[in-house]
Design a protein around this ligand. Structure first.
Ligand code: ASP
Length: 319
């Protein structure tokens, strides 16, 4: 294996690495049963493995982030794909974005209602259209034209998400659209053996959102960004604030123009900029040296990472 690996300009062996998240604003520790926690950990482990095995086989970071996110989209525990939260009028509207750090090409979809894996469609928009973002019915028509199948809305239904909506409709403030206690957006960032960075994010948005509301996840520069000159970022949290703070691009810019380390850039944005706007949530980020940052200002963030040859690390709450 080692003989196959590329050596970077500095003569260092080019390593690969991957980080994923399953959303910030986890269940309060007191409400998280051991059994439930194990299920989340297993879901994160499976998604991490899906992406890591791509990188290990010398696949691209784009393929790795897409595979990891698809695994999370297919897992009903997370708020993306199957298991997405409901809008106030009882539907599921999904958003996703993907970005290639080498070319700065990006693809995104928002407000899609019949796409099993929105991240796959975002990538198709990036690679097979002249656009960056497609919305709603037009995005789905494009999916059909590319041979992708549509799924019925019932595919996304889970009793738990429906109960959350009912609680909001019943006036449960703890679950109002202003809190992120019920989220679970997913994302991935990766560095491949060619030194190429990529980021991907997918979400059902926030429970009880007004129909047609779009959050930060599919907005390039807000919830998702990748640039080989700095880093790749996928965010999770209160989308309105993340859009206003242009979170993902801000982290990249602090590295590129401000000379910050990945960790410092991520900490400044998540622990200083966001709280100043009352923005709750977190990010995962990776730079071209394979450094990983997983910063959050919420009670927890479902997260996992693994570096070339290292062991997987999976966590939910603070250490
Ligand atoms: N950022 C997502 C949104 O606002 C929600 C989340 O991360 O859970 O749509």
């Amino acid at each position: 294996m080692i003989a196959l690996r590329r050596w970077s300009d500095q003569g260092k062996q080019q390593m690969f690495a991957l980080a994923i998240h399953g959303g910030a604003g986890t269940l309060p520790r007191a409400e998280m049963s051991g059994e439930r926690e194990l299920k989340y950990q297993a879901g994160l482990a499976a998604a991490l493995e899906a992406g890591y095995s791509v990188l290990q086989g010398r696949g691209t970071s784009l393929d790795a982030v897409m595979r990891a996110v698809m695994a999370l989209e297919d897992n009903p525990l997370f708020n993306a794909g199957r298991g997405s939260v409901f809008t106030l009028d009882g539907h599921n509207e999904l958003d996703a974005a993907i970005m290639d750090g080498r070319t700065l090409q990006a693809g995104a979809v928002c407000g899609v209602t019949h796409i099993r894996n929105p991240i796959e469609l975002a990538r198709t928009v990036m690679e097979h259209s002249e656009f960056v973002m497609l919305n709603g019915a037009g995005a789905e028509e494009f999916a059909l034209s590319r041979g992708m199948a549509l799924v019925p809305q019932s595919y996304f239904y889970t009793p738990e998400r429906w109960q959350q909506l009912e609680r909001i409709r019943g006036g449960d403030v703890a679950l109002s659209a202003l809190t992120i206690s019920h989220v679970g957006t997913v994302g991935a960032v990766a560095l491949d053996v060619d030194g190429r960075l990529a980021a991907a994010t997918s979400t059902g948005g926030m429970t009880g959102k007004r129909y047609s509301r779009i959050g930060d996840s599919p907005i390039i520069g807000a919830g998702t960004y990748a640039d080989d000159r700095s880093c790749a970022v996928s965010a999770t949290g209160h989308g309105e604030i993340f859009i206003r703070a242009a979170v993902a691009h801000d982290i990249c810019s602090r590295m590129r123009f401000g000379g910050r380390s990945l960790r410092d850039a991520a900490r400044e944005v998540v622990l200083e900029e966001l709280p100043a706007l009352r923005g709750e949530g977190g990010v995962i980020a990776i730079d071209r040296n394979g450094e990983i940052a997983m910063e959050f200002n919420s009670e927890g963030m479902f997260r996992a990472c693994r570096k070339d040859g290292g062991q997987p690390s999976i966590a939910i709450y603070r250490a």
